[in-house]
Design a protein around this ligand. Structure first.
Ligand code: BES
Ligand code: MN
Ligand code: ZN
Length: 489
């Protein structure tokens, strides 16, 4: 059940709610609304060992307030509070208040003056939804959150309801991406994934086309067909179009949609397969982001391309040494069937390029090498255009998603030379994220293009702030920011 957000200018002591959540900074400096707690509070906090460190919580009895209980939330150093720090605090509150139906907080007024208040309000809503996220479908003893209403108290009367709504729209899109990533592969065949996308996108101001069977061959999607031929579950290709009247610029989003990656005949060892239901996270991020564009009033045209396929090792599977013809006519010798993501993205990037958008960005859980290089919290960012790389990095920064630029070194291109075809699908054992990027670049026509290797951040192996263990929905927020702020490079 969704959470609703409302603004209030009532003094915090008089707000009727289950939990009144008040910020306290490092050194026990009381934040907005905490004056309601009375004079003796500072000594009490010192006695209780509460310091005001970021994320610290302390429940207090509800004396002299209309709320049923009071909760203090630490924010760390007062002058160092950021938008993401507030998103994190809101997420902590959403989890802590999950046994209540409502909470109210003064977090909106808790940051330094230079923070944009619309961004802060949006981050509060996002934090509540992301931190309160649960995936309970397969839990017998599920304890779903009871939280239904969050009241955002602020001193002025400024109307920021729109910003709360934007945060809710974006937060729900990220939660949708998490849900479909967390779903077991058996429950998200390419057909089911495509159907879930259609269902989400109904009434969201976009058109959705799903290609299957002979339509894939007619569209010359040789990479997608080749990867899919080892599975009982046939592939799909989903194209989503958002085309506002008088569009300012045009963008393409491409997402890897491998619903399960066994490696194919180049079979992965068991441990390597454990998380491979996550291999469609790039596609999920694209679909999630597309669902928000009309509601957010994005002015650019955006087309999303998501090839969906299961990589399995049947008797019909593609073999090492087989040659595939990608949509743009280039041939690829498949020496490792586990380097499958680049084969399906090759088709999708070719198709996206043909439409001549002003820029393309793709998201893919593409290489274990990117995890080795950057760890599991940073996405690798590669691009054929400096301006466009900068726009993607800036959008990720505004979204508080971590990306780090990696090169596309022309010197390594010869690693992809094949004995028999135009290219082979693997390089040497070093720099695997980069050779994967170089491979993709071969299928991008003359268009600014950026590639985000999200193999690490698509999943959290342990709870980490508002990213809870499992799918993170990484990329949705960056894509939304990118579409909103888009300027043709
Ligand atoms: N989906 C994997 C990449 C991956 C690995 C994502 C671990 C998340 C966590 C991809 O299809 C893959 O198998 N890549 C191979 C490429 C290699 C065969 C060149 C890899 O990284 O080992
Ligand atoms: Mn693979
Ligand atoms: Zn894969």
């Amino acid at each position: 059940m969704p959470v609703s957000f409302e603004l209030s200018s009532t003094a915090s002591a008089r707000v009727r709610t289950d939990v009144l959540a008040l910020p306290v900074y490092a050194g026990r400096v009381l934040g907005p609304g905490a004056e309601a707690l009375g004079a003796g509070i500072a000594d009490f906090l010192a006695e209780a060992g509460f310091e005001g460190k970021a994320g610290e919580l302390l429940a207090l009895p509800a004396t002299d307030v209309a709320a049923k209980s009071v909760l203090l939330i630490g924010l760390g150093e007062q002058d160092k509070v950021t938008v993401d720090g507030i998103r994190l605090a809101a997420s902590t509150l959403a989890r802590r208040a999950a046994t209540h139906t409502s909470f109210a907080t003064t977090l909106l007024d808790a940051g330094p003056d230079e923070l944009d208040r619309g961004e802060v309000a949006q981050a509060i809503a996002e934090g509540v939804i992301l931190g309160g996220y649960q995936f309970l479908r397969y839990k017998k003893d599920a304890k779903p959150s009871k939280l239904r209403k969050v009241t955002v108290i602020r001193a002025g009367r400024e109307n920021l309801q729109w910003a709360l709504e934007r945060g809710a729209v974006v937060g729900e899109a990220v939660a949708w991406a998490r849900d479909i990533v967390n779903e077991p592969a058996a429950a998200k065949s390419p057909a089911a994934f495509a159907a879930a996308a259609k269902k989400l996108l109904r009434g969201k101001g976009v058109t959705v086309e799903v290609l299957s069977g002979p339509q894939l061959a007619a569209a010359k999607l040789g990479g997608l067909i080749g990867v899919g031929q080892g599975s009982e579950q046939p592939p799909r290709f989903v194209k989503i179009t958002y085309s506002p009247r008088g569009a300012k610029g045009s963008l393409a989003f491409v997402g890897k949609g491998v619903v399960f990656d066994s490696g194919g005949l180049s079979l992965k060892p068991p441990a390597g397969m454990e998380t491979m239901k996550t291999d469609m996270a790039g596609g999920a991020a694209v679909i999630g982001a597309m669902s928000t564009l009309a509601e957010l009033g994005v002015e650019a045209k955006v087309v999303g391309y998501v090839p969906m396929v299961e990589n399995m090792p049947s008797g019909a599977a593609i073999r090492p040494g087989d040659v595939l013809t990608i949509r743009n006519g280039k041939t690829v010798e498949v020496l490792n069937t586990d380097a499958e993501g680049r084969l399906i993205l090759a088709d999708a990037l070719s198709m996206a390029s043909e439409a001549k958008p002003d820029a393309i960005v793709d998201l893919a859980t593409l290489t274990g090498a990117c995890l080795v290089a950057l760890g599991d919290k940073y996405a690798g960012l590669m691009a054929n255009d400096d301006d466009w790389r900068g726009q993607v990095a800036d959008a990720a920064g505004r979204a508080s998603e971590r990306v780090w630029a990696l090169p596309l070194p022309a010197e390594y291109r010869k690693q992809l030379e094949s004995e028999v075809a135009d290219l082979k699908n693997i390089g040497t054992s070093y720099g695997g994220a980069l050779t994967a990027g170089l491979f993709l670049q071969e299928f991008v026509a003359d268009v600014p293009w950026a590639h985000l290797d999200i193999a690490g951040p698509a999943r959290a192996s342990a709870d980490d702030g508002y990213n809870l263990r499992g799918g993170t929905g990484f990329g949705v927020r960056t894509l939304v920011e990118l579409a909103e702020g888009f300027e043709a490079p």
